[in-house]
Design a protein around this ligand. Structure first.
Ligand SMILES: Cc1cc2nc3c(=O)[nH]c(=O)nc-3n(C[C@H](O)[C@H](O)[C@H](O)COP(=O)(O)O)c2cc1C
Length: 301
């Protein structure tokens, strides 16, 4: 698993850095790849709320600063760890700037898990930071909680704390299907769900949900108009299997029949329906409106 840790402490040999080092040591020993970004030693400005990333150039931030080093790593990350000293009952300002800039990529494509490491002077000062973590990361970004670890006063740098963090890092397992986000497709009383894959096109679709699309049954697929989104040409596949859901070329399509003749086509598959759900889709009326949404909250499944 690829793990990105954002360390929001300005003290390179401080308490948060010790927590990060122990967690990293455990995770690396278990075979995970860990990248730590010391955001306080990077040039990262706050979000300008210019909406360039949502309106003009999807997922691209207009600001040319060190977030440009973090974005690609975040794109490949399966897990994000936020580490911070508690400042005035919240996360450090430098870390908050980096967090706000995640607004640009929206849902990083592979990201499934998160954890929070907090260091403080006093006990019981974590509610503000934990609120941000629970609502923005677990809730908004749909991530599975891998734990909140805190250290107050004398607990900082203690043998017990650092052992606990090493063990927590070492016990991390690779993401499994249980944590995969699912596309919900509704048509009248019929509702089917399909796990989204990790293509750029799937992530782009996630960012655009909820959507309503209208289309008709061609006999092979339900073909619905959908404005062209972002995708990687190299991720297209040759042919389709019945039940594949594809986007691209201005279409959202549920490819329910005809896989035998499909080899001639290159398609961008973003999800796949189980056979029983594909059978159900085949029974829908010729002209159909589909409601598309993201299953929420999928980390509680
Ligand atoms: C600007 C500032 C604000 C702080 N606010 C709090 C606070 O609200 N509650 C608390 O318990 N400690 C607070 N502290 C103490 C730090 O959270 C604590 O010393 C922490 O262990 C520092 O971590 P570090 O060594 O990684 O920098 C604050 C420290 C600073 C510099």
């Amino acid at each position: 698993m690829n793990i990105v840790i954002l360390n929001g402490s300005p003290r390179p040999k401080g308490n948060t850095a010790a927590m990060v080092a122990a967690y990293r040591e455990g995770a690396e020993a278990a075979g995970h790849t860990v990248i730590v970004f010391d955001v306080c030693r990077m040039r990262i400005a706050g979000c300008l709320a210019c909406e360039h990333c949502h309106q003009k150039n999807p997922r691209a931030c207009v600001q040319a600063d060190d977030m440009r080093l973090i974005y690609p790593a975040l794109d490949e990350a399966d897990m994000l760890v936020l580490a911070s000293p508690v400042y005035y009952h919240g996360l450090s300002g430098q870390l908050k700037c980096a967090i706000d800039r995640i607004y640009a990529p929206g849902y990083p494509r592979r990201l499934r898990k998160a954890a929070l490491l907090l260091s403080s002077g006093s006990k019981g000062v974590y509610d503000g930071a934990i609120y941000t973590y629970r609502h923005s990361f677990l809730g908004w970004l749909h991530l599975e909680d891998m734990g909140v670890f805190t250290a107050a006063g004398d607990q900082n740098k203690s043998h017990e704390l650092l052992s606990q963090l090493r063990e927590a890092g070492a016990s991390l397992a690779d993401p499994d299907d249980h944590n995969v986000p699912r596309l919900v497709i509704r048509c009248g009383d019929v509702e089917v769900k399909a796990p989204l894959n990790q293509t750029q096109a799937a992530r782009d679709l996630m960012n655009r949900l909820p959507l309503t699309v209208v289309g008709h049954d061609s006999g092979v697929d339900y073909c619905c108009e959908l404005k062209e989104g972002d995708f990687d040409e190299d991720e297209k596949q040759q042919g389709w299997n019945d039940g594949d859901i594809s986007v691209v070329g201005g279409w959202f399509a549920i490819l329910h029949s005809g896989q035998e003749e499909s080899a001639a086509y290159r398609v961008m598959v973003v999800a796949h329906l189980e056979e029983k759900d594909n059978e159900l889709v085949r029974t829908l009326p010729h002209d159909t409106t589909f409601g598309l949404s993201l299953e929420e909250p999928w980390h509680e499944r």
